[in-house]
Design a protein around this ligand. Structure first.
Ligand code: MF3
Ligand code: CO
Length: 249
């Protein structure tokens, strides 16, 4: 069952998404070389609370932290720790907020100082793939039109999409139908309707698409140890231009 949100529900959901958007902007300004991933979490935890929200990931399937922070070969679900960010690292920060009965979910990958050319390219291609996916979140198209747009851009650039994790509907639950894989042939899956709210989230690897899960039960890393990037937005499907709810406008 895919839930269509009424304008009133969208208004409420926008509040949670606005908190996410604001945090993403602060991360871009404050996350720097030498900082630990736990310090990022502490900051996020405090800000989410100050803005009247609840960190959505904490306790979700027993996830132990408020946000996910994944460095370099870590794909997603990295648990904040005493690891210090170093020059040349890329750090993916994934953030969910619950407020007024609704969820917002987004992620960004940040570059620490100067990164090598291949990594620079990986991060840019992943972000562009997100926006190409979002462009397809329009009434009348189908879910896999989003998937295909993402996969094509990624593979045309010589990278690979992670298949183990997918984007998802979002609203009164963090994960709702439909699933949104980052790969597929166009014209498949449910037809998009105005009022659907989707978390679109390409995870892109520099090398093989294959990932493995570390012994902590959460951290997903690339099977070949090469870098991975992740961008995500919560988006509202409309009759024309999709509305990105987790972006400050
Ligand atoms: N953005 C991710 C998702 O949609 C992060 C949630 S995983 C969690 O699944 F377990 F940490 F919550
Ligand atoms: Co998500």
């Amino acid at each position: 069952m895919i839930y269509l949100k009424s304008p009133e529900e969208i208004e409420k959901m926008s509040r949670a998404c606005r908190v996410v958007a604001e945090l993403l902007e602060s991360f871009k300004k404050m996350v720097e070389i030498g900082m630990t991933t736990k310090e990022i979490e502490n900051y996020a935890d405090e800000r989410i609370r100050a803005l009247g929200g609840i960190a959505a990931f904490k306790g979700y399937r027993d996830y132990p932290a408020s946000i996910c922070v994944s460095v370099n070969e870590e794909v997603v679900h990295g648990i904040p720790s005493s690891r210090k960010l170093a020059e040349g690292d890329i750090v993916s920060i994934d953030l969910g907020v619950y407020m007024d009965g609704f969820y917002g979910d987004a992620a960004v990958t940040l570059k620490m100082g100067k990164v090598d050319n291949a990594t620079e390219n990986l991060v840019r291609v992943t972000e562009d793939a997100l926006y190409l996916g979002i462009e397809n979140a329009v009434e009348g198209r189908r879910v896999s039109d989003i998937s295909h747009a993402i996969q094509k851009h990624v593979e045309d650039n010589g990278f690979s999409v992670v298949k183990l994790f997918v984007g998802h509907g979002i609203g009164r639950s963090l994960h709702e139908e439909p699933q949104i894989p980052n790969y597929g042939t166009p014209g498949q899956g449910p037809r998009l309707k105005r009022g659907m709210t989707l978390a679109i989230e390409p995870m892109v690897n520099a090398g093989t698409y294959d990932v493995k899960i570390l012994k902590d039960g959460w951290t997903a890393v690339t099977a070949d140890g090469k870098n991975s990037a992740h961008f995500e937005h919560t988006v509202l499907v409309t009759e024309n231009k999709p509305k990105i709810l987790t972006k400050c406008s």
